[in-house]
Write a protein that binds this ligand. Structure first.
Ligand code: ADE
Ligand code: ZN
Length: 370
């Protein structure tokens, strides 16, 4: 495959989206009324890595505050280095970037900035990932990570009206022991967590490596979700494992499921919601002769799709509005499908049903009035 076909790391502008990328050429938005409808719509987001919202400007500010030197002359040079061609090459940039996060106020600033951005796009509810093992190994205390993020969640809800919850992700390419140590360090703060997830490099790190971790999390009242990034080795085997063995409550990405009618049937029977991120994983390529649009194929298969931004700071600073607007065009979504995706976004919430219903009512009122 032509390496340029994979380039998704974005420089300062979004113009690169016009280049052939993983999802093919993306046309500019041609329906301003639809774009305005999406921007005004009450929304949710479930697949956003807080460390993936660490914008270059904030990296410089935190580095200065923490007395660190970064190997880039300026923001433009840093953004120009965000060039990757697959999951491991993306992760290398992402993990390197998060080293500036050292103290409680750093986690506060990171989370508050994301929540402010999301609130400005009418996101009324978000569930956000963080990767504690990467910070623990640098000596950051769990109390500082969860404390800073929780403080930001409280302030953002009070000042901006955006509600949010936090999901601890196990970094699957670290050892099972390190993941268990992270969970144990987090459990004293479990009231500030809603669930656990599984992210990072899937190759050689199948979900069953974390069976005990998921069981312990569940026993402590936490929900569980897992990344099944697209086109990974053994992807269908791993999707089966998370569905039938780990019995996750949601799947992050998971697009290859459309290649197995049997797994599609299991996911439907279990009412599984998928958090799809078309900017990063919008097309099946490696496992298909002809590229397949993930959102289109999942909608056609009758799966419960939600749409998120994943790591927007590394993906052209495109937050959920932009991602949804592009999805409508690239996946040829009808207005009814768009609204169904937005409704899924509240039905998937790890919240009491009454809270879900209140959010759905806000969405329905908006659609009715539009
Ligand atoms: N960590 C941050 N973003 C990720 C993604 N899309 N897949 C796996 N791990 C991640
Ligand atoms: Zn992700």
């Amino acid at each position: 495959m032509d390496r340029r076909d994979f380039i998704r790391g974005l420089a300062a502008t979004t113009a690169i989206f016009a280049l052939p990328g993983r999802g093919g050429a993306v046309a500019p938005v041609s329906d301003p009324a639809l774009a305005a409808f999406i921007r005004g719509m009450p929304k949710s987001e479930y697949h956003v890595h807080l460390e993936g919202t660490l914008e270059a400007e904030m990296k410089f500010a935190l580095a200065k505050r923490n007395g660190m030197n970064l190997p880039f002359a300026d923001v433009a040079a840093m953004k120009a280095s965000y060039i990757y061609h697959d999951l491991p090459s993306f992760l290398a940039i992402y993990y390197d970037g998060m080293k500036v996060l050292q103290k409680e106020p750093d986690f506060y600033d990171l989370a508050y900035a994301y929540l402010a951005k999301a609130a400005s796009q009418n996101v009324i509810y978000a569930e956000m990932f963080f990767d504690p093992q990467e910070h623990l190994k640098r000596g950051v205390a769990m109390a500082d990570m969860i404390g800073g993020i929780t403080r930001a969640r409280g302030d953002a809800e009070a000042k901006l009206g955006i509600r949010s919850q936090l999901i601890l992700c196990f970094v699957r390419d670290h050892s099972a022991q390190s993941a268990m140590a992270a969970l144990d360090a987090a459990l004293p703060f479990k009231a500030d967590l809603v669930g656990v997830g599984l992210d990072s490099d899937e190759a050689g790190n199948p979900p069953e490596k974390f069976r005990e971790h998921f069981a312990k999390a569940r026993a402590n009242g936490l929900k569980v979700t897992a990344h099944c990034d697209v086109d990974q080795t053994d992807t269908l085997r791993n999707i089966r494992t998370v569905l039938t063995d780990l019995k996750v409550d949601r799947i992050d990405h998971g697009g290859n499921i459309v290649q197995s009618p049997e797994l599609v049937a299991i996911a439907k029977a279990r009412g599984i919601y998928f958090t799809v991120c078309p900017t990063f994983s919008g097309t099946l390529r490696r496992t298909e002769k002809v590229p397949v649009d993930v959102v289109r194929a999942m909608m056609d298969a009758g799966l419960k799709v939600t749409i998120s931004s994943d790591d927007p700071a590394y993906m052209g600073s495109e937050y959920v509005d932009d991602v949804l607007i592009r999805a409508v065009e690239r996946s040829q979504l009808t207005r009814a499908e768009l609204i169904a995706i937005a409704r899924n976004g509240f039905e998937a919430a790890w919240l009491p049903e009454t809270d879900q219903s209140a959010m759905l009512a806000r969405l329905d009122a908006y659609v009715k009035a539009a």
